[in-house]
Design a protein around this ligand. Structure first.
Ligand code: ZN
Ligand code: ZN
Length: 265
């Protein structure tokens, strides 16, 4: 089993991260990918990947932090992408829910990351979250994402992480060739649209992740999430698609290695 997206350096779980990693074997975790969000987490993610065999990392600036994107953050990516544990450019994209950076800046920085994916010959990890139409005029993050993505030809593929869309958005992402990844938030009662999307998406285009320490499973929402909980996403997929959970483990691991081609494990 693979957790394709977890922030092990996040202060909510950083102190336990060594323990968490040491338990990977017991917890049936083959490996994890740790994405970064800003200059500081780029360094932390890379460091974790250098210290632990089963930890890979991705480098980028999150849309929340787009306003702080500068030469320093970009140079860190350019100076380190050849490292054999750096397997993607991520996570980057559009977050119009929190709007922590102005949307124009988010678009500009996302375009820069699309360019970096090709420059570094790496796949992309996209973070896309819509805003609430009643709160912000510019709320359609998926629209901006699809507009840019269909005009850029990426050398490598990408994944829409922590997918929050419906079947229509899933179809558009699949048409562009992307993978789609789900977290434990698909187990929340209110997220029926995510379960409908899981049923719709072919198993060979699905990835699983925890987005730890966020997105804890339904029955543990007050506790920081951990990679071992990725099994709940696999179990949900198995239940919805009426397929064996072992098959879900194997297929999603295969998909992850297919996308993040530098991982030889
Ligand atoms: Zn994200
Ligand atoms: Zn994340």
């Amino acid at each position: 089993m693979v957790d394709s997206h977890c922030h092990l350096y996040d202060e909510k779980i950083a102190q336990e991260s060594t323990n968490i990693i040491n338990n990977f074997e017991t917890d049936n975790i083959d490996f994890v990918i740790v994405p970064s969000c800003d200059f500081e987490s780029q360094q932390k993610a890379l460091k974790l990947s250098q210290e632990h065999e089963k930890v890979f990392c991705a480098l980028a600036v999150h849309p929340h932090d787009a306003k702080n994107y500068n030469e320093e953050t970009e140079n860190f990516i350019i100076n380190n992408y050849k490292n054999n544990k750096v397997v993607a450019i991520g996570e980057f994209g559009f977050d119009y829910f929190y709007n922590l950076s102005p949307f124009k800046k988010q678009i500009e920085v996302a375009e820069r990351h699309f360019y970096l994916c090709n420059q570094c010959d790496l796949p992309a990890i996209f973070h896309i979250r819509d805003g609430l139409p009643q709160e912000t005029e510019h709320y359609d993050a998926y629209k901006d994402f699809f507009n840019i993505a269909k005009n850029v030809s990426l050398k490598r593929n990408g994944v829409l992480h922590c997918f929050g869309g419906d079947i229509d958005k899933a179809r558009k992402a699949l048409d562009l060739g992307f993978y789609i990844s789900f977290t434990c938030n698909a187990t929340y009662q209110s997220n029926q649209h995510l379960r409908d999307a899981i049923k719709y998406i072919p198993i060979d285009r699905l990835l699983i992740e925890t987005d730890s320490p966020y997105m804890s499973p339904r029955h543990q929402r007050s506790i920081p999430n951990q990679p071992k909980n990725v099994k709940y996403v696999a179990e949900l997929i198995s239940e919805l698609k009426q397929i064996d959970v072992e098959f879900v483990y194997n297929q999603t691991t295969y998909n992850t290695k297919n996308l993040f081609y530098k991982i030889k494990f």
